[in-house]
Ligand binder design. Sequence first.
Ligand SMILES: [Zn+2]
Length: 88
Amino acid sequence: MKQEKEATDKPKADNVVDLPKLTPQARARWNRIPKHGQTILLQSAWCVSCKDTTLKLKSGKMERGMLILEGTCAQCGGKVVRCVEPED
Ligand SMILES: [Zn+2]
């Protein structure tokens, strides 16, 4: 008897979100920020056309000890970059 099973090991999630692409170092740094702090950082972004806006996080990297968050403006979709100062 031959039974062929398709590999269905893909995790199923209803609320699939587009996860931001952070480098391993940037992710580690980002994860050390408390959740409410992350929210504040994203919500206090600055857009050249909308001024105060929310950053839709797309990617992140470390640069000279600073966490650089890159994404788009939640209002106009323009590019927004947010820097997070080094921890000490
Ligand atoms: Zn904008």
